[in-house]
Design a protein around this ligand. Structure first.
Ligand code: FAD
Length: 447
C-alpha cells in the first residue's frame, strides 16, 4: 500500500491530509511538523476573554476554497462588523478615510477618489487620465510601483496605494511583480484598456473586498482539520532531508528514525523546502532558495474603553513608511470582528515591518502609534509580541518564471510534490487550494 508523507503542519499540509482522506481508499498518511504547535502562520490565542490572532485574522470570500472547507468541516463563518466598515490612512496626527471602492490595492470607483483629501487637484486630474492611458503593449512584467504610477500617477501611488500595500502584502512595491501579485488587474488592463473602466464593468467590482473569519478565531479550522487525524500527525518531527531510493523517497527526521514514502508533499516555506531537497534535487533547491521572504512583528495592545476619548469607527488604519516608526498597519480588532475583546475593553493589533527590534522597542513604537493616531496615553492592560522572521513570500519580478521552472523540474521527479503560499497566492484560500491540488494529483495517480 502506498504511503504519503506530508512535511509541514500549516493550513497547506493539513488541507492535503483532509483532501487525501476524502478518497474512498485513502493511502497511509503521515504528517511531520517541526514545531509543537500545528497551524504555522495561523495562530489564535484566547486570554481573559480576548481573542488575539497572531497571524491572519480574515480570509477573502472571493476565493471560495476557505469558505467551502469551513462549511465541509461544519464550522460557522463570521462576517466582519458591517457597521464599522472602512479604514484610514494616518498622516501626521490625522486619520484620513481610505476612499470607498478600493478593492484591496486597486481603485475601483472614481468619485470617492476625487473627493479624497489624500490627493491634490493635480493628482486627481492625473487619476482621471487613467481612463485614456493605453494599456502596456509589450506584455512584459513590471513592478507594482511602476504599474500603479503609470496608470494613476505618482501621487496616487505614493499617497494611497503604497501605504495600502505596506499594510496588506508587505514588501517593496518597486520589487514586487504586478503580474504575480495582481494577475486579474493586469487582465483588466489589457481587456478594457483602463482599470477604472474595467473595475466598473466586471465582477471584480466590489464596494470593498469581502472578508470572512470564524467566531472562535482562525485556529478553529486547524483544530477541525486535526480532529480524527491525531494518530497520523507527528509534531516535534523536523524533516532534515529527503533522498530518492530505487522505489521510494526516504525522509530523514531530526532525532527520529527515517521514513519511506511513495509520495512526499513539501508543505513548508520555500526556504525550508530548499533545505530539505538540497541533496536530492539541487537545481530545484537553488530556485526555491531564491524566493525572498518578508519579516514582520505582530503586536497586540489591550485597553479599557475609557482609555480612548474619541469615537472609533472603522476596521483600522494604515501608516505610510516614514522614519522613526516601523508600524505599517493597526487593526482595531474589537471593531472589526465581534468577540475579540470583552465588553468595556478595546483590542488593537499592529503590524511592524521588522523583526529586528527588542520587545521594549516594539512596544514603545506601538504605544507611540496609539498616541499619535488615536490619542491614547494610558499604558495597555496587557500586550503580546509575536515575530514572523520568514513567513510571507515576496512575489518579486521574475517570480512567475521561477515558479514555471520549478514546476518543470518537478515534472521529472515522480512522487515529489510542492505546495504552499509561494506558488499561486499567499492567502489562506490559495494555500488550501495548493495543498488540495497536491493531494488530488496523488489520488489521480498522475504522479
Ligand atoms: C502576519 C501574517 C498575516 C497574514 N494575514 C493573512 C490574512 O489576513 N488572510 C489570509 O488569507 N492570509 C494571511 N496571511 C497568509 C497566510 O496566513 C499564510 O500564507 C498561510 O497560513 C501559510 O500556510 P502554510 O501552511 O503554507 O505555511 P505555514 O503556515 O508557514 O506552515 C508551514 C509549517 O511547516 C513547518 N515546517 C517548516 N519546515 C519544516 C520541516 N523541515 N519539517 C517539518 N515541518 C516544517 C512549520 O513549522 C510550519 O508549521 C498572513 C500571514 C502572516 C505571516
Amino acid at each position: 500500500m502506498s504511503r504519503v508523507v506530508i512535511i509541514g503542519g500549516g493550513i497547506t499540509g493539513l488541507s492535503a491530509v483532509w483532501a487525501l482522506r476524502q478518497s474512498p481508499h485513502p493511502p497511509e498518511i503521515v504528517l511531520l511538523e517541526a514545531g509543537e504547535r500545528l497551524g504555522g502562520c495561523i495562530y489564535t490565542e484566547h486570554f481573559n476573554g480576548f481573542l488575539m490572532e497572531h497571524g491572519p485574522d480574515v480570509f477573502l470570500a472571493r476565493k471560495p476554497e476557505a469558505e467551502q472547507l469551513c462549511k465541509a468541516l461544519g464550522l460557522s463563518l463570521q462576517k466582519p462588523n458591517e457597521k464599522q466598515r472602512g479604514a484610514y490612512l494616518r498622516r501626521g496626527r490625522e486619520l484620513y478615510p481610505v476612499p470607498e471602492g478600493m478593492s484591496g490595492l486597486v481603485p475601483g470607483r472614481i468619485r470617492p477618489l476625487l473627493r479624497s483629501p489624500l490627493i491634490s487637484i493635480q493628482g486627481k486630474l492625473r487619476i482621471l487620465a487613467e481612463l485614456l492611458i493605453p494599456p502596456k503593449a509589450d506584455g512584459a512584467d513590471e513592478s507594482v510601483a511602476d504599474f500603479f504610477s503609470r496608470r494613476f500617477g505618482r501621487e496616487a501611488f505614493l499617497n494611497l496605494i503604497e501605504p495600502l500595500l505596506g499594510g496588506l502584502a508587505g514588501g517593496h512595491a518597486q520589487e514586487l511583480s504586478v503580474k504575480a501579485l495582481l494577475p486579474h488587474i493586469v487582465n483588466i488592463e489589457s481587456r478594457y484598456g483602463s482599470i477604472l473602466l474595467g473595475m466598473d464593468r466586471t465582477s471584480v467590482q466590489h464596494p470593498t473586498v469581502s472578508l470572512l473569519s470564524l467566531p472562535d478565531g482562525l485556529s478553529s479550522i486547524i483544530h477541525a482539520l486535526v480532529a480524527g487525524n491525531e494518530d497520523r500527525i507527528c509534531t516535534g518531527h523536523r524533516a532534515k532531508d529527503i533522498t530518492r531510493t530505487d522505489t521510494d523517497w526516504k525522509i530523514s527526521i531530526e532525532g527520529h528514525a527515517s521514513l519511506s514514502a511513495t509520495h512526499v508533499i513539501l508543505a513548508v516555506p520555500a526556504w525550508s523546502a530548499a533545505d530539505i531537497i538540497r541533496t536530492a534535487v539541487q537545481e530545484l533547491s537553488e530556485l526555491l532558495r531564491q524566493v525572498p521572504y518578508h519579516a514582520g512583528t505582530m503586536v497586540h495592545l489591550a485597553y479599557r474603553r475609557t482609555d480612548l476619548s474619541r469615537p472609533l469607527n472603522g476596521y483600522g488604519h494604515l501608516v505610510a513608511a516614514s522614519p522613526g516608526t516601523s508600524v505599517a498597519a493597526c487593526t482595531w480588532s474589537g471593531n472589526k470582528l465581534a468577540g475579540r475583546a470583552p465588553d468595556g475593553h478595546l483590542l488593537f493589533r499592529l503590524y511592524l515591518r521588522t523583526t529586528k527590534l527588542t520587545d521594549s522597542a516594539v512596544l514603545a513604537q506601538a504605544c507611540a502609534e496609539m498616541h499619535q493616531a488615536l490619542g491614547i496615553t494610558s499604558d495597555p492592560q496587557f500586550t503580546r509580541v509575536y515575530r514572523f522572521p520568514r513567513a510571507l513570500p515576496q512575489y518579486t519580478i521574475g517570480h512567475l518564471e521561477r515558479i514555471r521552472k520549478i514546476r518543470q523540474i518537478l515534472d521529472s521527479h515522480s512522487g515529489l510534490h510542492l505546495a504552499g503560499n509561494y506558488l499561486d497566492g499567499v492567502g489562506i484560500p490559495d494555500c488550501i487550494r495548493s495543498g488540495t491540488h497536491a493531494a488530488q494529483k496523488i489520488l489521480s495517480g498522475k504522479s
